[in-house]
Design a protein around this ligand. Sequence first.
Ligand code: ATP
Ligand code: MG
Ligand code: MG
Ligand code: MG
Length: 567
Amino acid sequence: MRTSQLFISTKKEAPAEAELLSHKLMLRAGLIKRLGSGLYTWMPLGLRVLRKVEAVVRSEMNTAGAQELLMPAVQPAELWQETGRWDVFGPQMLKITDRHERQFCFGPTHEEVITDIARSELRSYKQLPANFYQVQTKFRDEIRPRFGVMRAREFMMKDAYSFHASFESLQQTYDVMYGAYSKVFTRLGLQFRAVAADTGAIGGSGSHEFHVLADAGEDLLAYCPTTDYAANVELAEAFAPSAPRAAAAAAMTEVDTPKQTACADVAALLGVGVERTVKAIALVTVAGEFVLALLRGDHNLNEVKIAKLEGMADFRFASDDEIRAALLCPPGFIGPVGINADIRVIADLTVAAMSDFICGANKPKLHLSGVNFGRDLPEPHIVADIRNVMNGDVCPDGKGGVLELCRGIEVGHIFQLRTKYSEAMNCVFVTEQNTQQAMEMGCYGIGVSRIVAAAIEQNHDAKGIIWPAAMAPFSVAVVAVGYHKSEAVKAAADQLYAQLLAAGVDVLLDDRNERPGSMFADMELIGIPHRVTIGDKALAEGMVEYVARREGEMKKIALSEALEWIQ
Ligand code: ATP
Ligand code: MG
Ligand code: MG
Ligand code: MG
C-alpha cells in the first residue's frame, strides 16, 4: 500500500486521559479512536494489526482441531436464567430489552449459547469430543474502563468451547489448547508466562492464565525461575492472612496467628482474599441446610458463592437477636442481601466475624465442605502450594527454587469447566453403554484486542511502537524522499515497491510530499520493523539506506541487493 492511499493520522501528543504508554502510543499512531468510555474504533492502520493477531490465533486454533463458528452477540435472558448467571453475573452484564419487553444481554461470554447448541446438536459419544471457537465482539460493563483497548467495555475475544464424553478427553484437549496458546504468544513474539489461575465468574475447576509480562500489568504473578511453578497472586490472595494486592508479597511470608488462619480459611473456602471488597457474607439456609453465601463485588465480577456448613443441624435460631447473640455480631449486621427468593438469609457478616463464629475459641467448630455455586475451590494441590508459599518455604515443588514476583497482563485464560454448564442446562449425550451423561466442558479465551496493547507495553521506545514481526501493520516501509521531485527516486521506489509486493512482503511505500524528518518520525511512531530510504544522494551511488526499527542503526546497502536484504 502507498501512504497516499492510506489514512494516516499521527499526533505529537496524546490526549490527557491516556495514562498508559500503550494507550498513548495507540492514539498517537492513529491506531484507534475513542468513541465513548471503553468504546474504540479500530482505524485502518490499527485494524491491520488486529487482523494479524486474529490470523495467528485462527491458524493455531485450526491446527488444534477447533472449528470456527460465529454466535450472536445478543443473547436471550432465558439461557442465562437456566444457569442462574442472569442474576449472579452482576453489573458487568449489559442487559437490554427489545420492543416486546423481552430481556437480552450483550454477551460478555458465550458458555450458555454454545451449551445450548451442544445439547441439541451433540447427542452421542460418537460426536465427541468437539471443539468450537469464534472471534467476536464482547461487551462487559467494566467498573473502570481504562487504558484504551487494554480494559475496554467492547472488545474482541477469541473464545473456544470444548465438549467431551470423559474427563480424560477434556484433559487431553485442555493440554492441546494449552500448547496452542503457547504457540500463539510465541508466534506473536511476546514474552509471556502461563500461571495457575482463579476461575472467576466463568467457574469450573482447573484453570490457567497466559500473561504478557510487563510492569504496567494489573496482575501480580508468583513464579519460580528454576521450575515450572507459577500462579496468579489473585489465587494466592485467598490464602494469605492479609493481602491487599500490592502487599501480597509481604503477606505471603507473614506468620499466621490462629485468628488469621481461621479468617484465611473461611476466605479461602469462599475463594476470596480476606481484604477483598465483599459486598456481603451471609449465613443462609438453602433447602433447610445451613450454608455460607458470599456476594462479592470486586474489581471485575460480582458473584454468589455458597459453601455448605456441616454440623449446624442443632442450631435453631428463633429471632434475629438470638442469631446476633450466637454470632457475636453487632446490631445492624442482620439484613437481607437479596440473593434469591429460595434462599433465606440468616445473617450478614464480615469475613472476620464469620470466621470467629466458625473457628473462634468459644464457638462450636463447624466443618465446612463443598463449594459449588459460582465456582469451585482451587485444586487441592494449588491450595497446598500456596500454603507453602505463605509459610515462606521454597518453591512449592520442593526442588529448592525461590519464588519471585512479576507483573503481567492477562491475555489468555483457559478453564476446565467440567459439568457446571452441562448439568445446569441438561446438556447430555448417550454413552457407549446407552446411558445418559452430562458432557465435560472446557473453555478457552484470548483477549485479541488486548494483545495489541500488551504487545506495545513490551515493545516500544522513545520514538514509538516497535512491532514484533507477526503483528506489524506493514513489515517494510519504503520511504521515498523527493518522490514528487526526482524521477530517479520515483522510478527506484516504484520498482522496489513492486518487487517487494511480488515477493509477498507487506510493504508500505511512503510517497507523501513531506519533509523527510516527519516521514521518518511517522514510520517510527507507527513501528514498522524495517525501513528503506531512497533519496537522490545515495541513489547516485546505487545505494539506499536501511534501518531496522529495533536496532535503529543506519546501514547503506546497494539498491540491487535491497530486496534480498529485506527477505
Ligand atoms: P480481567 O481479569 O483482565 O478482567 P477476565 O479474567 O475477566 O479478565 P476472561 O473472562 O478470562 O477475562 O476473558 C478472556 C480474556 O478476555 C481475558 O484473558 C482478557 O485477555 C480478555 N478480556 C477480558 N476483559 C477484557 C476487557 N475489558 N478488555 C479487553 N480484553 C478483555
Ligand atoms: Mg474481568
Ligand atoms: Mg482475570
Ligand atoms: Mg480471566
